[in-house]
Design a protein around this ligand. Structure first.
Ligand code: SF4
Length: 347
């Protein structure tokens, strides 16, 4: 079976070129065509000898996922339901911040982590996504942005799936996204977000990467966390914090804690106090995310007043935090909702 070229890191492709009897620099040449010039047709790669282009065509494909559904929000957010070669559908979202175009990438088809509040987790994982399928999500959005002479500037691996449950493929993808010969997106502009797989956090700490790490904490203690996230039964909050400290010490970087604010569950002032006590002494900062209601879920978004009070309390207690800007509130805003809706509508 032909391999998809978008799945290769530069060192992997160099190795493959040598195996095909070519010089390693062919890999850079190919990367230049596909990532710099967005040329996805071997025949158009005119500085490569025709004979070798035929070899490339026999060995590789350059195919991107198809846009199966698209939703455009008035605020410029675009949600895509992308179809992979085997028919699997995954959701990808473009959000436009003042500082750039951020794409939220899915890492698996469905998710088995079962977080109680999540629309993505409504559909269990059927398989991992491969590096070319994650890269395909970025290139599909780049194709749309090209009409505005723009490109993707930031990546968050925060869509459907648990990245550390698909560790090697995700790492190949983010490394290629970061590679100056590929997408050349700065490491500080890429974030991998885990629901808290402690082994994965420790492994990631040892990679020597500058790519950001976010951890979905969503609760200040085990009791509340267990109500929201099954992963909390596997790893306690204390074990998660130990891993965070290990990451800070080993990678020399800080983590971001994602904290979805859900009315009456984790949004009380005493929760803010407990959260600040928990993370004081780490370098971490907190990203507060007002909950986006999902039809199938019983949870509600807190009032604006409760959100501000929680934020003010953390600030007062010396915790660095932000409230995440909300996007696409006029379309299916919650992560995974577009796909969940499509799956429900299938005969
Ligand atoms: S929040 Fe993330 S890890 Fe949890 S079920 Fe949803 S996609 Fe999976």
């Amino acid at each position: 079976m032909k391999e998809n070229l978008f799945g290769f890191s530069l060192p992997q492709l160099e190795e493959r070129m040598v195996a095909l009897g070519e010089k390693p620099f062919r890999a850079r040449q190919l990367f230049q065509w596909i990532y710099e010039r967005s040329v996805y047709d071997f025949d158009a790669m005119t500085d490569i000898a025709k004979r070798f282009r035929e070899v490339l065509k026999e060995q590789f494909v350059l195919s991107l996922p198809k846009v199966f559904r698209r939703q455009d929000s008035a605020d410029g957010t675009i949600k895509l339901l992308l179809e992979m070669e085997d028919g699997a559908k995954v959701e990808t979202v473009l959000m436009r911040y003042d500082y750039g175009n951020v794409v939220c990438v899915s890492s698996e088809v469905g998710c088995s982590m079962g977080c109680a509040f999540c629309a993505s987790g409504l559909i269990k994982k059927t398989r991992d996504l491969l590096p070319h399928e994650m890269m395909g999500q970025i290139l599909a959005v780049n194709g749309i942005l090209a009409e505005e002479a723009q490109r993707v500037t930031h990546i968050v691996v925060m869509g459907t799936g648990e990245p550390f449950d698909n560790y090697d493929n995700v790492l190949t993808f983010v490394r290629t996204a970061n590679d100056p010969h590929a997408l050349a997106i700065g490491a500080r502009h890429i974030t991998v977000s885990t629901c808290g797989l402690v082994d994965g956090i420790r492994r990631y700490a040892n990679e020597g990467l500058q790519i950001n790490l976010a951890i979905s904490l969503h609760a200040p203690n085990d009791e509340i966390r267990k109500r929201l996230m099954p992963i909390a039964r596997r790893y306690s909050v204390a074990e998660t914090m130990e891993a965070v400290k290990y990451y800070e010490a080993t990678a020399g970087r800080r983590v971001t804690f994602e904290y979805i604010l859900i009315a009456g569950i984790n949004d009380r002032i005493q929760d803010a106090d407990e959260l600040s006590d928990l993370i004081r002494g780490t370098l971490a900062y907190v990203n507060l995310i007002p909950y986006n209601p999902v039809v199938e879920k019983p949870f509600q978004r807190p009032s604006d007043r409760a959100i501000s009070a929680f934020y003010d309390r953390l600030k007062k207690r010396g915790i660095n935090c932000t409230i995440r800007k909300e996007f696409g509130t006029d379309i299916d805003a919650a992560c995974g909702q577009l796909r969940a809706k499509y799956e429900r509508s299938k005969p």
